[in-house]
Design a protein around this ligand. Structure first.
Ligand code: M6R
Length: 604
């Protein structure tokens, strides 16, 4: 949700700023802007390419800040684009987050005669900093931030002090990159990889003064902090398209490797169990947990729903799955026998983060399932599992979702073996997991076939997805993917629910995608499909290879390999992701950057 990039060093800043913005564009693409010392500011509405078209070739300055915006306050226009400036026009700020008390602050500033040119909360913040400025930008920023309620990741510069960039964090990520040609700042380490892998993550309440060869971190109250740098494991290549038409396609094609990386070093083939190093330090507590809450937003929530089926069936542990945006406000009770597991690709989602606080205050053990190493949630929970899916750039989550389901299968095995699963059953699952990358490869071979089916259905206005048990959340995830990248109205229901209302909508113009693997609810799903056909709705079935019955009831069939029932949802979701992608492409849409969305939702 908004991307920030900054550089201060010995090289020309503008090319670095532009490149940083391009990598961060998935965080927002409503408008963009840069400020370079010695040159000034340039802004443009629309994507980074519009900004690029406006940039002169010869910008000389060696320090600057940049921003790509996902609009919260004010329309996505050039006027509202960042950087914003104070009354003197010499202090410039880029900001990711929301200043909740901006109206109150604005009124106070207006009384002092300060005027405003935009509708943004960010302009209020920079004017506040300007109002405190007496030659020391760090101190003025500290004073301003003490008066602020809300969230921010920010970078601020003053033309009076060109040798420093001040950055601060509260709720929205800021990471420093320590490079040879100077120092960098970014909302996400992926934007730093081309320059350096040595990074320093700021924590909430911290503020840093960054110069070309050093940095100093304090709190907004002025206490000194000692920060250690860390090495990011991701490769720069991972944030390139590498010949694929879109990041989304590339990321789906990474599924076999992602599964392999999620499993790497985590299968115990002798004992038929999983080894989850990140949970070892809380192993004894986990053994005595009687209930598990799984919390996430969007796709991460649907991954949690699949996790619930896996854990209840194979580890016999009662699970409740909650949306982060609801859990944080929900009435809960102190419960030392419960653990709360937070699922988040980015590790920055504001509602999921707020729920961590809530679970902690209820004395629960807090666990994370996070992809971005060093992200806020990863650092705030007691223990956890990293996904190791690599950076996910496309706004619609695909490979991270597959990795989350794989990690849930590992958890089901690990907790299952602790709670009575036989060694023989454990060994079966280990074997199935070992062949999962190959199975995902087999699914990808069907890409062209799936594209053909997708093309046939791309012109419909509505879609219904249905599935049962483990595949009911997969139906929701499939529908979410279609909505995100094709803007087709897509609903999802557990198959058995259709006749309780939604079937009223179905007719020849409302196709149904039925997930119908050969499992213990197969016959029930066939009955649901018959009910749908009776209303003339076209049916696309996602069925098991070798199913001879299905083509008699479905208009189109996408076949998937049969695997161990625990892993079937992992195999089922990939064709649905590919289907959504090809529908979006057939409609000529920007599937990597769907309208109105941003990848990392750091506002509440
Ligand atoms: O980074 P997180 O996993 O916490 O993000 C949660 C959701 O915002 C995310 O899954 C969103 O729904 C994606 N756009 C789904 O494709």
């Amino acid at each position: 949700m908004c991307g920030i990039f900054g550089y201060i060093g010995t090289e020309k800043a503008a090319p670095f700023l532009l490149e940083g913005l391009r990598t961060l564009e998935y965080r927002g693409y409503d408008s963009a802007g840069i400020f370079v010392h010695g040159h000034g500011v340039i802004k443009a509405a629309g994507p980074i390419s519009s900004l690029e078209a406006k940039l002169p070739k010869d910008i000389q300055g060696t320090a600057g800040i940049a921003h790509t915006r996902w609009a919260t306050h004010g329309a996505p226009s050039e006027k509202n684009a960042h950087p914003h400036h104070d009354m003197s026009g010499r202090i410039w700020l880029v900001h990711n987050g929301i200043i909740e008390n901006y109206r109150e602050l604005k009124e106070g500033l207006a009384v002092q005669g300060i005027t405003f040119y935009s509708e943004t909360d960010t302009e209020v913040l920079v004017k506040l900093i300007g109002s405190f400025y007496k030659g020391d930008l760090l101190e003025a920023t500290r004073l301003a931030l003490r008066a602020v309620r809300g969230t921010y990741g920010l970078a601020v510069v003053s033309e009076h002090e060109p040798n420093k960039i001040i950055v601060a964090r509260m709720g929205s990520p800021i990471v420093l990159g320590l490079g040879k040609e100077g120092n960098f700042i970014a909302s996400d380490p992926s934007a730093l990889l081309v320059h350096t892998k040595r990074v320093v993550y700021l924590d909430d309440g911290e503020i840093a003064s960054v110069s070309k060869d050093s940095f100093e971190v304090t709190t907004i109250r002025g206490e000194k902090k000692t920060k250690k740098s860390e090495i990011v494991e991701w490769e720069h290549e991972a944030v390139q398209k590498n010949g694929f038409a879109h990041f989304m396609l590339k990321e789906m094609f990474e599924a076999p490797e992602v599964v392999l990386n999620t499993l790497r070093g985590r299968l115990n083939v002798e004992e038929g169990t999983a080894k989850l190093g990140g949970l070892e330090m809380v192993e004894e507590r986990i053994k005595h947990i009687q209930r598990l809450h799984i919390i996430g937003c969007g796709s991460a929530y649907y991954a949690g729903e699949v996790g619930r089926y896996m854990l209840e069936e194979y580890a016999h542990i009662p699970v409740e799955v909650e949306l982060g945006s609801e859990y944080r406000y929900k009435k809960t009770y102190p419960d030392k026998k419960a653990a709360a597991l937070f699922v988040s690709q980015s590790g920055e989602t504001a509602d999921t983060r707020a729920s961590v606080e809530k679970a902690k205050s209820m004395q629960m053990l807090t666990l994370g399932m996070v992809n971005v190493v060093g992200s806020a949630i990863a650092r705030e929970v007691d223990a956890g599992i990293y996904n190791h899916a690599g950076p996910e750039v496309a706004v619609a989550s695909t490979k991270a979702y597959i990795s989350q389901l794989t990690a849930f299968a590992l958890m089901a095995l690990y907790l299952g073996r602790q709670r009575g699963m036989s060694k023989a059953e454990g060994l079966d699952i280990v074997k199935a997991l070992q062949s999962l990358p190959e199975t995902m490869r087999a699914v990808l071979k069907k890409n062209d076939e799936i594209a053909k089916v997708a093309k046939k259905y791309a012109q419909y206005r509505d879609f219904m997805y249905i599935g049962r048990t483990f595949h009911s959340p997969i139906a929701y995830e499939g529908a979410l993917k279609l909505k995100e990248v094709s803007y087709i109205h897509a609903e999802a229901y557990a198959g058995g629910e259709l006749k309780h209302g939604p079937i009223a909508m179905l007719d020849k113009d409302f196709p149904v995608l039925a997930i119908v693997p050969q499992n213990d609810v197969y016959e029930k799903m066939i009955s649901n499909i018959e009910e749908v056909r009776a209303r003339l709705a076209p049916v696309v079935a996602l069925a098991t290879e070798g199913d001879l019955q299905i083509s008699a009831v479905a208009d189109d069939v996408i076949y998937m390999p049969k695997v161990h029932p625990l892993l079937q949802p992992i195999v089922a979701v990939l064709p649905l992701q590919l289907f959504a992608y090809h529908v979006g492409v057939a409609k000529g849409l920007n599937v990597d950057r769907p309208r109105n969305l941003a990848k990392s939702v750091t506002v509440e």
